[in-house]
Design a protein around this ligand. Sequence first.
Ligand SMILES: [Zn+2]
Length: 356
Amino acid sequence: MMKPLFEVKSIDRKFYEKRLRDWLPDKIIDIHTHIWLKTFEKRKGPGMKARTVSWPSMVADQNSVEDIVETYELMFPGKSVTPLIFASLSGPKYFDAANDYVRRSSQKHEFPALIFSDPRWDASDLERRIQKNCFLGIKSYLTMSPVYLPTAEIRIFDYFPRHQLELMNRHGWIVMLHIPRDGRLRDPVNLAQMLEIEERYPDLQLIIAHVGRAYCPEDIGNAFKVLAKTKKMCFDISANTNAVAFQRLLETVGPRRVLFGSDMPILRMRTRRICENGVYINLVPKGLYGDVSGDSHMREVEGSAAEKLTFFMYEELAAFQRAARAVGLARADIKDVFFNNADRIIRNARQGRKNK
Ligand SMILES: [Zn+2]
């Protein structure tokens, strides 16, 4: 038998059986996953320096489509999980190869997919790339913004320019948005531009990734007061274990606008996330992810503290479960978050592709 992709320990199995298996629906859509091969992984292009955190690359050096299928089998036995796939950040030389790998994987496994977009593409170029390859929308990242911009000053429209948003709006396509800036969800520039997108481009399908990176209670500020005015934008809970943010989100926008997402492969990580003075720290077993001393978001633990750690994935789900119970979500609401909402968004995007 082939060695599994990663070890599932009895503590993981117990966590899943006791707390998650019966609570999760049988059919799940994971709206936020990255696939890439290590041959594309040349992150040294211009603009890539110092704009990202380093710990995600310690978890996996690649995530093939076969790996993601195996990940679900190992983590969610008995469930059927369909990912929405897109590339990870790759150097300029490998940009097209990375998108092409996503296209091929999408066609082979019939998984829905987004193109990793470059803000320099004009609208007709982007439209052609999407239609030719059956993508359903765009995912990009702040590192794609012009190189002269200091990281702290990057705004959403620097990597999702208006001409591209207009195109997404015209077709009803998906925009997967990882918001920039140190203030994260509470940042007033982010909030203003999120609202502006909803107002000016009402027909695109906006997904705010990671609940706007509100990983610690301090990242929330007055965001949910502002977001109470919104009617459409959706939020994925990927790579977030902040039950307070999940609860406020559910209270503010309701379960029809919340989506399950993982951010695989990093959710394979064995970790529990804590916050200290508003900064998140991933507690990891000593030695498991190599030398973590250079990353302030990583801290090693040993002995029984390390033995108790399960997957980041399960911690995210447990946090969402706490929030769901606190606001009294019904079984049908849980099914919406884990399947129906994403299914609706994907169908709409497919419909858009057919009509135009
Ligand atoms: Zn992601």
